[in-house]
Design a protein around this ligand. Structure first.
Ligand code: PLP
Length: 486
């Protein structure tokens, strides 16, 4: 659904043939099918709750999209023969110079990919090429190097748009990363919509980057946050989420993949439910864009944000996708050069998006590096990547769950390659330190997602997280250390 108006406070669902609050309430308490003119109308089995149907659809589509094909040869295949798509693992690993590094005289085992990924030499070399042959400010200079750097900067924007299925490269705004992207949307688009008593919907799974910016604007305007609950596996309870929406709801923001647990949320259904109430939704794709094929158009996402460093690109660069109507309605959040059409001392005219939200000199080199990272990932293929990582996850889940005293947190059916666990009788820090001594890098702490860990009665977990260059043997090494501590 396209946003009918940028001012949701005045939105009346019935004007657009959408269900009103009472109808939504009746789906939830009764068994009425989604109205046939709903953008998400599905054939509903008689007597089955529509939100349950949406839940089932979400489950099926994830299974179909990512995991149903036959398994790639794994544990019993020699390393050199193991493949991700058409590339052998051995060959892929050679692209990542840091994987040859030794820690404590042992080969580094990088299982901290949810915090940041490693960079292939294709990205590193692209940065060197930029600084050696193209470096200039963009958009302003009328000389050859300015043209080179502008072309490369804008080509990277185009690659981002293509990578996430955005209709137009102008829908992509460069930011420092997911955190800055969420802040931009909160300040530029959502804050002006808020009045005292209005509500923003989040979920229990959120990273602090998708909590604090909303809390800040809520405190400034008198709005409140409403939080969607998860079940015992860490999956969103869609019916609970749907129940939170009302005429007071102005915006919804949720993570596509929980960084603490790896749970994949039913994003398409969550967006559709928000749209039934005329509410726009932001998807935090920091942990999904690197691991799952994403298409913002198919998702019908209003905003989607991600960070370059989690997808094998540089730090300090990320992107926000926004639908044109929303970018037009949003106000600039920072002022300065590049974003203006005309300035006098009395008033400023702004350029259209994306320039309107990109004041000052951007992170040109790293944007170009991000473009190179997306080329790299595309050449391997996200469908292959997600399938291989799913195999790793299954193997790691089985291996760790067999160790006495290990408690795995968040065992939802749909997950990316993230495991979160605690070990009876050992502190999280102790496990992290022992792993580090063995050259194994994992995250041990609260993962900037304290609410979801506290929901499970914990302050911290050990979190190994995988990427397509990881090997089952690395999981074996992790398990050996954990077993020795158990
Ligand atoms: N959202 C999620 C789900 C994350 O995992 C992270 C980082 O771990 C962030 C947001 C913040 O990303 P960044 O620190 O790159 O801005």
């Amino acid at each position: 659904m396209n946003p009918p108006s940028s001012v949701y406070a005045d939105f009346n669902p019935e004007d657009y043939g959408l269900p009103n609050e009472q109808e939504i309430a009746s789906w939830i308490s009764g068994y009425t099918a989604l109205p046939s003119n709903s953008p998400r109308a599905q054939p509903i089995t008689e007597g089955v709750h529509p939100v349950i149907v949406a839940e089932q659809n979400a489950r099926d589509s994830h299974t179909r999209a990512y995991f149903s094909d036959e398994k790639i040869g794994r544990i019993d295949t020699p390393l050199a023969l193991r493949r991700v798509g058409s590339r052998s693992l051995k060959n892929i690993r050679e692209d990542f110079p840091i994987l040859a590094e030794r820690i404590e005289n042992k080969p580094v085992i990088w299982l901290d990919n949810a915090a940041t990924t490693q960079r292939p030499k294709q990205v590193i070399e692209r940065l060197v090429q930029y600084y050696e042959h193209e470096n200039s400010n963009v958009h302003r200079g009328a000389h050859a190097l300015a043209a080179r750097s502008t072309d490369a900067y804008e080509a990277a924007r185009e690659k981002i748009a293509r990578f996430i299925g955005a209709p137009d490269k102008e829908d992509i705004v460069y930011v420092r990363g997911t955190t800055e992207g969420v802040n931009l949307v909160a300040q530029s688009y959502v804050k002006p919509l808020l009045n005292p008593g209005d509500e923003i919907i989040l979920t229990q799974l959120e990273h602090h980057a998708n909590i604090v910016p909303w809390q800040q604007i809520a405190q400034e305007t008198g709005a409140t946050l409403r939080i969607a609950a998860v079940d015992e596996t860490g999956q969103i309870l869609l019916s609970e989420y749907a129940r939170l929406f009302s005429k007071k709801t102005r915006f919804a923001a949720f993570t596509h993949v929980s960084n603490a647990l790896g749970v994949i949320t039913p994003a398409e259904e969550m967006i559709a439910i928000a749209h039934c109430f005329g509410v726009a939704a932001l998807v935090d794709a920091a942990q999904s864009v690197p691991h799952l094929p994403i298409n913002v158009t198919a998702l019908d996402a209003d905003f989607l944000v991600f960070s370059g460093h989690k997808i094998f690109g540089p730090t300090g660069i990320g992107a926000v996708y926004g639908k044109k109507t929303f970018w037009e309605a949003a106000r600039p959040w920072q002022g300065g050069g590049n974003m203006i059409a005309d300035v006098t001392f009395e008033r400023t005219q702004y350029r259209a998006a994306p320039a309107k939200f990109e004041a000052g000199t951007g992170n040109i080199a790293d944007a170009i590096g991000l473009g190179a990272a997306l080329d790299y990932v595309s050449a391997i293929g996200l469908a292959h990547i997600s399938r291989y990582e799913h195999d790793l996850l299954e193997y790691a889940t089985k291996t760790l769950s067999e160790i006495k005293g290990v408690r795995l947190i968040g065992r939802a059916a749909q997950k990316t390659g993230v495991l979160s666990f605690v070990l009876e009788g050992r502190s999280v820090e102790e496990v992290g330190q022992h792993l580090s001594k063995a050259g194994i890098a994992v995250r041990a702490g609260h993962h900037c997602a304290q609410p979801i860990l506290r929901h499970f009665g914990l302050e911290a977990t050990v979190r190994p997280s995988f990427a397509f260059y990881n090997l089952p043997e690395e999981i074996d090494a992790l398990a050996r250390v954990v077993r020795s501590l158990a």
